[in-house]
Design a protein around this ligand. Structure first.
Ligand code: SF4
Ligand code: SF4
Length: 437
């Protein structure tokens, strides 16, 4: 490591000094489990950031240690000193990102995903259209047979093998508050459904099922126009200005529709939106509006747990376990509700997994950028899944769901164990089918 003058990370000294180096967070850190050295744990990472801030290290000296962090924020929950690790990490990543000259391919990929696709729902629909043609035209079979995916970069064969059926192009639901909905919402809160950019492109059925569950639970629902990507991928990549721009668009959207809640079914997106107040706290025009927005954001598990009487469920006779979404658990604090909802299905034998609250290694794009580490974490997780004898693993976030499906394949459990989103499990248990259009 070098000892050159460096650029500050812009993190408040108080935030960094909150860490007393006690080590309480070490046992919960998944990267420390697979690489037991100081640069792979939260305490060490905070010390590296402090040394960089003090000019002892350069950003390039600490980038790989921070890059290896999953951002799961389990350390934040475990910390007795209230170290705001997630916020500190994002600030460091922002500083590193704006001072790094990425290679041309990386620049192109960041631009295509973060600027050209994710913030534009219409373009995401074309991505989805392309995937649908790929899946339905027979092309997928030809590609799989040819073996070409094995020589493609970023372990594309692994991810393609768990690609869900993307389903039809559009979610046909009211985008405005109709007089009928207005009337209905006098009795029940009006819900605006946040479809998510990747979620709506790849897990259309889960979005439809979310709408069905909300309707069956008596909620009036709209899918407002003008919603955009939550900005989580941008924030985790250190692109804070872009994340703020997206946050403002979503705030404006919810203000227009005047709904009581903004409900989503993705642990990661929900966590991002619940922290818009922190993201915009120094922006005088937006700070108060962001606070109001945050009050209304709810995960589907939270909103269903508020229902006096859930819809009637038919029995599912299966052993079921639940893998927490890190951001639903560690940022949103939603732990009990999904378990209660699974228990509400008759016939289910619920088995708690020993490492349910530990990251599965998906972590946004981590399973692409740090594939080996991610798979090491996942393989250990699959041993815990097997120890429960579960035939169904339930998750509440699209990234975790795909990761669990990869894990099932790697463990040779295909046909014996399935992974499903909690919404899809509950919709499968609905006694009566619900029409949403
Ligand atoms: S966010 Fe997760 S991976 Fe990163 S330091 Fe904290 S516990 Fe470890
Ligand atoms: S982050 Fe918190 S738990 Fe971890 S070493 Fe620092 S003070 Fe202790």
């Amino acid at each position: 490591m070098t000892n050159h003058p460096t650029i500050s990370l812009g993190i408040s000294e108080d935030d960094l000094l909150n860490c007393t180096q006690c080590g309480t967070c070490l046992p919960v850190c998944p990267t420390y489990k697979i690489q037991p050295n100081e640069t792979a744990n939260p305490r060490g990472r905070l010390a590296l950031m402090k040394a960089t801030q003090d000019g002892i290290l350069q950003m390039s000296d600490i980038a790989s240690s921070l890059d290896m962090c999953l951002g799961c924020r389990a350390c934040e929950v475990a910390c007795p000193s209230g170290v705001n690790y997630g916020h500190i990490l994002e600030q460091a990543k922002e500083a590193i990102s704006s001072n790094t000259n990425y290679s041309m391919p990386v620049k192109i990929i960041r631009k295509v995903f973060m600027d050209t696709l994710l913030p534009h729902p219409k373009r995401m629909k074309w991505v989805k259209g392309g995937l649908r043609i790929y899946q339905k035209s027979g092309l997928q079979k030809i590609v799989r047979k040819s073996g070409i995916l094995k020589v493609m970069p970023w372990h594309m064969d692994t991810f393609e093998s768990v690609l869900p059926d993307v389903g039809p192009m559009f979610l046909h639901l009211p985008s405005n508050v109709t007089p009928e909905l207005k009337e209905h919402s006098k009795e029940k809160p009006l819900i605006a459904f946040f479809t998510g950019c990747i979620q709506d492109a790849m897990f259309h059925e889960t979005n439809r099922n979310t709408m069905k569950l909300l309707k069956a639970s008596g909620y009036p629902v709209v899918v407002p126009d003008g919603q955009t990507c939550c900005g989580a991928i941008h924030a985790h990549a250190g692109e804070m200005d872009k994340a703020k721009k997206l946050a403002k668009k979503n705030i404006e959207m919810l203000e227009r529709v005047k709904a009581d809640y903004l409900v989503n079914n993705q642990g990661g997106c929900g966590a991002m939106m619940k922290e818009y107040d922190k993201l915009l706290e120094h922006d005088p025009q937006w700070a108060e509006r962001a606070k109001e927005f945050v009050k209304k954001v709810k995960d589907i598990n939270e909103i269903l747990a508020l229902v006096d009487e859930l819809p009637d469920f038919k029995p599912i006779h299966e052993v079921i376990t639940y893998q927490d979404s890190c951001h639903l658990l560690n940022v949103q604090g939603v732990k009990v509700q999904p378990r209660q909802l699974i228990h509400s299905i008759p016939g289910v034998q619920f088995e708690e997994m020993v490492s349910a609250g530990t990251c599965c290694g998906s972590a946004g794009t981590y399973n692409i950028t740090h594939h080996e580490h991610s798979m090491e974490i996942l393989d250990a997780k699959m041993l815990d899944v097997q120890a429960t004898n579960a035939t169904t693993v339930v998750t509440a976030n699209p990234g975790c769901l795909l990761q669990m499906r990869i894990g099932i394949k790697r463990a040779g459990l295909e046909g014996k164990v399935r992974a499903v989103h909690i919404v899809d499990l509950l919709a499968e248990a609905l006694k009566e089918d619900v029409k949403i259009n």
